[in-house]
Design a protein around this ligand. Structure first.
Ligand SMILES: Cc1cc2nc3c(=O)[nH]c(=O)nc-3n(C[C@H](O)[C@H](O)[C@H](O)COP(=O)(O)OP(=O)(O)OC[C@H]3O[C@@H](n4cnc5c(N)ncnc54)[C@H](O)[C@@H]3O)c2cc1C
Length: 375
């Protein structure tokens, strides 16, 4: 059988492309070397973030991708576990950043909260950790380790997408893809979404984008007593790191203060994100270390720095850490994604920043429009 489209990679970027093509009635096959998605897409917070994404196409595609997550959630059996974001600020320099953000086009729908209002969303916030807060209603949070397989199942069952697991593709010579076992898959068009695997397919073309990798440390924290976070939580460190805030001129004094007073967190690329799972546990992170081949070892000192900020912001005595893991994602300086076009029928799509869960469904539609023409 010959497919209209073969997608290499069953992470969220590959699935986003498969969905966009299947919605157009294309006959799609998704191929992955693993038995199920096991890369960045199942290791992240599942935090589909709009507010804080870099101005321009990232923010626009994040809004579209968030809408697609919501559109498919019920049919795919995916629970939306949290909505919105409370960014709790305690440093005086954060106020100017929040005000500037609210005054920008990206602030639409977002509001400034008093400490009391922030505590109404997140009762376990430490009052001393909030002098003001930014509230965004735009985010949704899913449990990625469940949601990504559910998207794949939804694509198979509702859209007739075929999946070939345990299949490494070693060459793309459209309309043929060649597997490591010599098997051939035929497809008129091919989209390669390899995450941070830069060497299996089109290595020279990918290398031209100056790619490296980012390593992140993550934890699952269990509160000793039941708590409910009605929104994801971030802190001042997020204002210094997420480009939608950090690129505002008003962020310069804040970044200087963070560099001076929270140097260890800044040097380890740490900002605080806390999301909540269905069982009440909290997914907490993260750090950012860049290398061509990051080491696979989780540093206790780095976890400690993340937890210091967690404890500075949230009052959860007796909390414990029940899981720790490392993830890596593709990174490239000065760009958050790229689409390369080896030929008319082939695309390589890589998200080179920590926002693939938030943008993949939007990017998928963009690539499919480019391949088949806009509707
Ligand atoms: C710890 C962590 C936290 C994050 N937090 C967030 C967040 O809160 N919000 C957000 O939006 N983003 C977040 N991200 C980023 C996001 O997870 C990534 O941008 C996204 O998952 C990348 O998806 P992908 O499909 O490109 O890559 P992957 O999920 O890595 O998938 C690539 C797939 O391609 C397959 N593959 C590669 N080459 C071949 C080949 N030759 N043959 C067959 N199969 C192949 C691999 O097996 C893999 O399954 C985070 C990432 C990490 C690691």
């Amino acid at each position: 059988m010959s497919y209209d489209l073969a997608v290499v990679g069953a992470g969220i970027v590959g699935l986003g492309h498969a969905l966009a093509a299947a919605r157009r009635g294309k006959r799609v096959v998704v191929i992955d070397r693993d038995a199920q998605a096991n890369g960045a897409s199942v290791r992240n917070f599942g935090f589909v973030t709009v507010t804080g994404q870099g101005a321009g196409d990232c923010w626009n595609l994040a809004r579209r991708a968030r809408d697609v997550w919501v559109e498919i959630a019920e049919a795919a059996g995916i629970d939306i576990l949290q909505r919105g974001l409370v960014l709790a600020a305690r440093l005086p320099e954060s106020e100017a950043v929040i005000e500037a953000f609210l005054a920008s086009g990206m602030g639409e729908g977002c509001t400034r909260l008093t400490a009391a209002q922030a505590l109404a969303h997140v009762p376990c916030l430490r009052p001393e950790a909030v002098t003001l807060a930014l509230h965004s209603p735009h985010e949704v949070r899913v449990e990625s380790r469940q949601a990504v397989p559910l998207v794949a199942r939804y694509l198979a069952e509702r859209h007739g997408v075929d999946f070939r697991w345990n299949t490494s593709i070693v060459a793309v010579e459209a309309p043929r893809l060649i597997g490591a076992d010599g098997g051939i898959i035929e497809a008129q068009a091919v989209i390669v979404c390899p995450g941070d695997d830069y060497t299996a397919l089109f290595p020279e073309r990918i290398a031209a984008y100056g790619v490296t990798r980012c390593k992140l440390q993550m934890m699952r924290v269990r509160p000793a007593q039941p708590v409910t976070l009605n929104a994801a939580v971030m802190s001042d460190l997020g204002l210094g790191r997420y480009l939608g805030y950090a690129e505002l001129p008003e962020a310069e004094p804040l970044k200087r203060r963070l560099d001076a007073e929270m140097a260890a967190q800044r040097e380890n690329g740490i900002h605080l994100i806390v999301t909540q799972s269905a069982d009440g546990s909290l997914v907490v992170g993260d750090s950012h270390h860049y290398a061509t081949t990051p080491d696979p070892f989780g540093s206790e000192a780095v976890d400690r720095l993340i937890l210091d900020e967690f404890d500075a912001v949230l009052d959860l005595p007796g909390r414990s850490v029940s899981e720790r893991w490392i993830g890596t994602y593709a990174s490239a300086s000065g760009r958050w994604r790229f689409t390369d076009k080896p030929s008319d029928a082939v695309r390589i799509v890589i998200v080179t920043a920590g926002c693939g869960a938030s943008t993949a469904f939007g990017i998928g539609e963009e690539t499919i429009d480019d391949l088949y023409g806009s509707l």
